[in-house]
Design a protein around this ligand. Structure first.
Ligand code: CA
Length: 230
């Protein structure tokens, strides 16, 4: 279940939120002032933060700006007593994901919490999925240089990754040998055409069902290569 931090200096508000979120099954941590809140955000991990704006000494907006600057991407919902449009703008500009204006109903608060959690958790699984690209028998992650073939890890050299990436970026279009050379080897060192052919042969063995009769990495004679993907 999601872990939520509430930063709120009004004790009745804090305990009310805590009880209700715990009743819904969330794991709840609390901070009753800005400095404790900031400290907890920086040193623990949460799925969501409910952050009061009007806190003594350091405002919720400033806490949000600070933690975003430090690279914290946990979603933040501001709790604000002010309903003016300007505050909403400042809130979202400081890196918040949503805001709830006090006084709010329990139903509204829970709906906002669920919506933000659903949105961020969907995004996570979505980006996790799109990181792996299926090319023939090979499932490749170009960010982490990982590859799998039939669920088993497959070893590719960094040059093989780079060549495949170059072809994939221009998939279904012809990539000339020169473009491949510039992209993968740069201008300093130029391998012979034979070297590129050898890399392509190795890639075909990992990608194709029948490397001698390629369906994915096609040679365009006298010009270069083409990666065919749906
Ligand atoms: Ca307050």
């Amino acid at each position: 279940m999601a872990k939520i931090l509430i930063v709120e200096d009004e004790q009745h508000m804090l305990s009310g939120l805590k009880d209700n979120l715990e009743f819904e099954g969330y794991e709840v941590d609390t901070a009753n002032n800005g400095h404790t809140g900031l400290d907890k955000i920086m040193h623990s991990s949460y799925d969501l933060i409910l952050l009061d704006v009007m806190l003594p000494k350091i405002s919720g907006f400033d806490i949000c700006k600070k933690v975003r600057k430090e690279g914290v991407i946990t979603p933040i919902i501001f709790l604000t007593a002010k309903s003016e449009e300007i505050d909403k703008v400042i809130g979202l500009e400081s890196g918040g994901d949503d805001y709830i204006t006090k006084p709010f109903s329990l139903r509204e608060m829970l709906a906002r919490v669920k919506a933000v959690l659903r949105r961020t958790q969907d995004n996570d699984s979505q980006s996790e999925k799109t990181k792996y690209i299926q090319i023939g028998n090979l499932s490749v992650n170009f960010d982490t240089y990982n590859a799998f073939s039939n669920e088993k890890p497959e070893k590719l050299s960094s040059k093989e990754f780079d060549i495949l990436h170059c072809l994939w970026r221009r998939k279904n279009g012809t990539v000339t040998r020169d473009a491949l050379l510039d992209d993968v080897w740069g201008y300093d060192y130029q391998p012979t055409p034979r070297t590129i052919d050898n890399f392509i042969l190795k890639l075909r063995q990992k990608v194709e069902n029948d490397p001698n009769n390629p369906k994915y990495i096609i040679t365009i004679h006298g010009i270069g290569y083409k990666l065919i993907l749906d």
